[in-house]
Unconditional design. Structure first.
Length: 265
């Protein structure tokens, strides 16, 4: 890998923010913090318009209680566990500040759990400024509305597995995905309801590698990671589950599958 490519990959990862677990340890899904934050900001603008939300950050509420994921996680991804959201906000005096904070906290919590599928258990807010007038809304298209959330129908049945450990970072992330098999997986994923497009963070949208045997397994097992953007109106967690099931069903050896949602269109 050239130095320029490595630099681009690092910048891309930093731009996505933390990779947050979607669902629980057996869901094998993660979402970029940048994508999740955009939806949260959009909800705040619509539901608490007298507030300007700043500095949204999401991380583990208690790293010591995080679970081991059932499949290898993307590099640097947070392990599954309850999440804490922290943010600062400025607000007008249209409502008493405690009431404004309560409304904002409810909006963020409901959007994170119901719209996205994050296991958000704590929301910490801090008032930083009093505004004379209502903040200007973000430009059209900056954040997508959280309307009805259709649930895609999986094309196969995913089976939760025993947590397995990859032999190293390259094996977990996979350097494969080229050729006929990668194209086949990409075609299957593109046909899943709610998948807007394949995105290919770190160079490829489909990466196929091999991981070390898990508990009770005598042979290595292949692992596939797919990077996708989720279409507007679909719940990322449900789309990721459907993608995992479809990929596992499409390959004869039924590999473990992880899904990274990099964007919400």
């Amino acid at each position: 890998m050239t130095a320029d490519r490595w630099t681009r990959m690092v910048r891309q990862q930093v731009g996505m923010g933390r990779l947050l677990p979607l669902g629980g340890p057996y869901d094998g899904a993660w979402i970029a913090e940048r994508a999740a934050s955009g939806v949260l900001r959009g909800a705040a603008e619509r539901e608490v318009p007298e507030v300007r939300l700043n500095g949204v950050r999401i991380g583990l509420a208690d790293p010591d209680t995080a679970a081991e994921p059932a499949v290898p996680a993307p590099p640097s991804a947070l392990p599954p566990g309850p999440l804490r959201l922290t943010a600062e906000f400025a607000a007008t005096a249209a409502w008493p500040l405690p009431e404004t904070a309560s409304r904002l906290r409810t909006s963020l919590a409901v959007t994170a759990t119901e719209r996205l599928g994050l296991d958000l258990t704590e929301v910490d807010l801090r008032v930083t400024e009093l505004l004379d007038e209502r903040p200007t809304a973000a430009p059209s298209g900056a954040a997508k509305p959280s309307g009805a959330v259709p649930t895609p129908t999986p094309t196969g049945t995913g089976t939760p597995g025993t947590p397995e450990t990859a032999t190293d970072a390259s094996a977990a992330d996979g350097d494969g995905g080229d050729g006929f098999e990668g194209e086949r997986v990409g075609a299957v994923v593109s046909g899943v309801a709610g998948v807007a497009r394949l995105t290919g963070s770190w160079g490829r949208p489909v990466r196929i590698g091999e991981q070390a045997p898990g508990a009770g397994a005598a042979l290595p097992r292949r692992h596939v990671r797919v990077d996708v953007a989720v279409a507007a109106g679909f719940r990322p967690l449900e789309v990721a589950r459907a993608v995992r099931a479809a990929v596992a069903e499409a390959l004869a050896d039924r590999p473990t599958v992880a899904v990274l949602v990099t964007d919400l269109d």
